[in-house]
Design a protein around this ligand. Structure first.
Ligand code: NAP
Length: 276
């Protein structure tokens, strides 16, 4: 078994994830895995980094596919006996003017951004080694969407006692409510992406609490973050930050020093803890 520290970034063949891998290749003292659902796009991205003199390794990962997640889990367990850094970056967003019915947008967006990210966490968090770091890439849109939820939903999403099962029920209910065209009446905001990212931020708060309860002595730090508004295929060319700038906060959280006791269980933007 390899004793080298290991970092994994999901959805890193392009955009912010690619820039996170680039920065980790420069700063993380160990093996860095660029992962992609499509092996061709992934290998191409690894080759691009190689041209820059950087060495990233590749492993396939489609966060919508449980088998793919489990194959990565088994590989990490076998080769490294665990994992030191996990950055859950993979995500999707329909364009503002996309005419796909809202009900489909809701189902598809929640499937990857919330349920896919959660499945990766379910399989990989047990592998996290002491002093490990987990970064879940959410968005400031989670905060604005939270503000547009009913008071009742806001209370649930801000609760310090909400369980993962209750959160899953709420995310499932959102998709069901859109199917019945009652989501607004039920207090949801009119944004599938926003709700999916509420899910990611709240999931991170719950997971951090669980680590406190079950693995306190392991000093694992887990946070959600917003990369900012970043020029990628998702956000378009008018966004204010370059991908490398967008990678700064996720990389800061991924490389927190081993004597840091925080941030943990926070939503972080511009390297600053935000009020949830
Ligand atoms: P992007 O350029 O569209 O890149 C998204 C990445 O996620 C791609 O590598 C994509 O792979 C991958 N991906 C999508 N579905 C996947 C799946 N099922 N399994 C594995 N990988 C998958 O977007 P980005 O702007 O870099 O976004 C990265 C993260 O930052 C997302 O979580 C996004 O919500 C968040 N974010 C972005 C902004 C912004 O302004 N850009 C702002 C706030 C938050 P393919 O190439 O195969 O599609």
């Amino acid at each position: 078994m390899c004793s080298v520290p290991v970092a994994v970034v999901t959805g890193s063949n392009k955009g912010i994830g690619f820039a996170i891998v680039r920065a980790l290749c420069k700063q993380f003292p160990g093996d860095v895995y660029l992962t992609a659902r499509d092996p061709g796009r992934g290998q191409e991205a690894v080759a691009k980094l190689q041209e820059e003199g950087l060495r990233a390794l590749f492993h396939q990962l489609d966060i919508d596919d449980l088998q793919s997640i489990r194959a990565l889990r088994d590989f990490l367990k076998e080769k490294y006996g665990g994992l030191n850094v996990l950055v859950n970056n993979a995500g999707i967003a329909f364009k503002v003017h996309d005419t796909t019915p809202f009900v489909i947008q809701a189902e598809v967006t929640l499937k990857t951004n919330f349920f896919g990210t959660r499945n990766v966490c379910t399989e990989l968090l047990p592998l996290m080694k002491p002093y490990g770091k987990v970064v879940n890439v959410s968005s400031m849109v989670s905060s604005s969407a939270l503000g547009n939820c009913s008071q009742e939903l806001q209370k649930k999403f801000r609760s310090d006692t909400i369980t993962e099962e209750e959160l899953v029920e709420l995310m499932t209910k959102f998709v069901e409510d859109t199917k019945k065209s009652v989501h607004e009446k039920e207090g949801w905001p009119n944004t599938a992406y926003g709700v999916s990212k509420i899910g990611v931020t709240v999931l991170s708060r719950i997971q951090a609490r669980m680590l406190n309860e079950k693995r306190k002595g392991d000093h694992i730090l887990l946070n959600a973050c917003c990369p900012g508004w970043v020029r990628t295929d998702m956000a378009g060319p008018k966004a204010t930050k370059s991908p490398d700038e967008g990678a700064e906060t996720p990389v800061y959280l991924a490389l927190l020093p081993s004597d840091a006791d925080g941030p943990h269980g926070q939503f972080v933007s511009n390297k600053t803890v935000q009020t949830w």
